[in-house]
Ligand binder design. Structure first.
Ligand SMILES: [Zn+2]
Length: 235
């Protein structure tokens, strides 16, 4: 059982889930979906919990901001001629051409969809298949390039997976897999490199602690600029 509580941090109200458990210490965790989980030993007095949370509120707020911003903002699309779609950070206008041989080709500022008949679901499928092919190619290149920078650490190279993710641009599992959000193919190359580097840093540092940021800054000194750019994108 957990209780919903909140604490004030300046002007801001931070909500958290409080759980009393059979345990010895108190832990505070910020999850990527924006929830704050506070686990405390059963007999902990509430004022003690609040004091501890107040002390940690700056850290909690920082992590909440980090995760909240790290979420793709999606614009609904209709897959009709003239609509704009992103590819590697550039805007392309969609052009539909009726043709017996179905294919998708990107030329200067235009994504041309050759299709047997006009059907938005079919167009969507073709465009998404094209994005997937481009992502396979581009992400593998970025992954190899970024991993080279970690050479001196003698790390085992993780496997690379690509799929659609609602809440993250990427993730790292301790089983040794980096997963990238397919939608990242819509972001500029530097932003793709940033997400890849971020996930690769998790091989050495599991949490987003000071060590993590030290390593990230070493691997990509300009990471903050790329992160900010990524946050502004509406895919
Ligand atoms: Zn991370």
């Amino acid at each position: 059982m957990s209780e919903k509580k909140s604490i004030k941090y300046g002007e801001r109200e931070i909500f958290y889930d409080l759980q009393y458990l059979e345990r010895k210490t108190m832990t505070i965790a910020v999850h990527p979906d924006g929830t704050v989980m506070v686990k405390v030993p059963i007999q902990t007095p509430f004022d003690k919990i609040e004091t501890r949370l107040k002390k940690r509120s700056k850290w909690i707020a920082k992590h909440l901001d980090y995760f909240i911003n790290f979420k793709p903002k999606v614009t609904p699309r209709q897959f009709i001629s003239g609509e704009t779609h992103l590819y590697l950070g550039r805007r392309y206008r969609l052009k539909i051409i009726i043709d017996n041989k179905e294919k998708v080709v990107a030329t200067r500022g235009t994504i041309v969809v050759y299709i047997k008949y006009r059907d938005s679901d079919r167009i969507k499928n073709l465009v998404e298949k094209w994005y997937k092919e481009k992502a396979d190619e581009h992400f593998a290149k970025s992954f190899n390039k970024c991993f080279e920078k970690f050479n001196k650490y003698n790390l085992k190279k993780p496997a690379l997976k690509i799929r659609k993710m609602k809440k993250r641009w990427g993730s790292y599992s301790t089983k040794g897999t980096v997963t990238l959000n397919l939608e990242l193919i819509k972001a500029p190359s530097e932003c793709i490199d940033y997400v890849v580097t971020h996930e690769l840093c998790h091989i050495k540092c599991k949490n987003h602690g000071a060590e993590f940021y030290k390593l990230l800054s070493k691997m990509m000194p300009e990471w903050e600029k790329n992160k900010k750019r990524l946050e502004k994108i509406f895919i």
